[in-house]
Design a protein around this ligand. Structure first.
Ligand SMILES: Cc1ncc(COP(=O)(O)O)c(C=O)c1O
Length: 377
């Protein structure tokens, strides 16, 4: 079969170009009318109270951790519970702030296991970072209840979750202190690089706006609206970063957002075709989606006993799957926790993410599944 990649974004090119053209014609490509518009549209779409457009989910996660740490005076003894089965951005964001990561294990959804999270809470625990891997909400509701019980802050790394709903609602809307989305090049809402940081509290949203713009208390766009001799003047009270999003990325996001629900519906259709093909297949174990979760289906993950062998065999057929993820405690940076999460370690040797994108047809999925079944052990 023709080469099949794991991910391949679909851009509505003419519409994206028209939106970008508007930025170029108006001569405004930085923070501006489009970044404001995507924030408003994202709030409408998710029903979240605040949304701040940033240059990546990595930046958004860093700000989420930093702002909560500063507000609640977490010291270097403070611990944050996180998952070893994630892209390193999740855990780096915690380390940027010199907080200790306590890794908790994953459950059958490949998301944090509530029982292990509860076991790993101690007097220094301050927060939990939950990753909705592949768009799955896993046991998020139970994790949120544990956070409430132990007065821990909850951050959701929703990099894969653009468009996921749980019982019809944006997951974490009522429970999470911060939810961070990625609009990176191959995510469900692809731009080139950008993301959205959604705090529950207005105060934190305001802090995120200052800190994503070097700690300056007024961005250039709001300053152009003000009148008088002092419109150039601003205050800098804290050390911020250059993390804000720009209007070109916002222009692309505005177009892609219009298609997000339809795109995700097709992704769920693809997942359904894989499910059908693997029903009864002895050696292929699809990772289940939690009950009540309408997943964005960023990824379709299976577990097999001979992952590396299968991956090579599929490559021979021009099928290029991926792996989400290597157990982070195998990395030198995090190997102090090696062995602390046996389920994640075992899963990371068996997991394979099959091609899932909008250009694939039912026939493609059936052909891929046939090869998977033929080689899986
Ligand atoms: C789970 C997870 N978290 C965070 C990120 C970081 O997103 P970004 O590339 O927008 O910084 C990614 C991106 O791959 C991810 O998969």
């Amino acid at each position: 079969m023709a080469k099949v990649q794991l991910f391949a974004p679909t851009f509505r090119i003419d519409e994206c170009l028209a939106e970008i053209r508007e930025c170029l014609e108006k001569g405004w490509t930085g923070i501006g009318f489009k970044t404001v518009e995507i924030e408003e549209k994202w709030k409408e779409y998710t029903d979240l109270p605040h949304a701040h457009f940033v240059n990546s989910a990595t930046s958004g996660l860093h700000l989420a951790v930093k702002i909560l740490k500063d507000k609640y005076h977490w010291d270097s003894e403070s611990e944050v519970i996180s998952t070893p089965l994630t892209f390193v951005s999740t855990n780096h964001a915690i380390k940027y702030e010199n907080l200790k990561i306590t890794f908790a294990d994953v459950d059958q959804y490949m998301c944090l296991d509530p029982a292990d999270v509860e076991k790993k809470i101690n007097a220094n625990t301050r927060a939990v970072v939950f990753v909705g891997i592949g768009g799955n909400t896993g046991s998020l509701e139970q994790i949120a209840a544990i956070c409430a019980k132990h007065q821990l802050k909850l951050i959701i790394d929703a990099a894969h979750m653009a468009g996921t709903r749980c019982h019809g609602v944006t997951p974490g809307k009522d429970w999470a202190d911060a939810i961070v989305y990625s609009y990176q090049a191959v995510k469900n809402l692809p731009t080139a690089d950008s993301g959205m940081l959604c705090f529950k509290e207005e105060e934190f949203d305001a802090a995120a706006r200052r800190l994503s713009w070097l700690g300056i208390n007024k961005d250039t766009y709001s300053r152009t609206g003000s009148k008088g001799a002092y419109k150039w003047k601003y205050e800098v009270d804290e050390l911020g970063y250059k993390y804000h999003g720009n209007s070109i990325m916002a222009a692309m996001a505005l177009v892609q957002l219009k298609y997000l629900d339809a795109d995700n519906a097709y992704r769920r259709q693809i997942a359904g075709w894989y499910d059908q093909a693997f029903a009864g297949a002895l050696h292929v174990r699809p990772v289940p989606v939690a009950a009540g979760c309408e997943s964005s289906r960023h990824a379709y993950m299976i577990r097999v006993g001979n992952r590396d062998e299968l991956l090579l065999a599929l490559n021979e057929c021009e099928i290029y799957p991926g792996v989400h993820y290597r157990d982070n405690t195998e990395y030198k940076m995090y190997d102090y926790a090696s062995g602390s999460c046996p389920n994640a370690r075992a899963a990371s040797l068996e997991l394979l993410s099959l091609p899932l994108h909008l250009r694939l047809t039912r026939k493609d999925i059936e052909d891929i599944a046939k090869q998977v079944i033929a080689y899986a052990k």
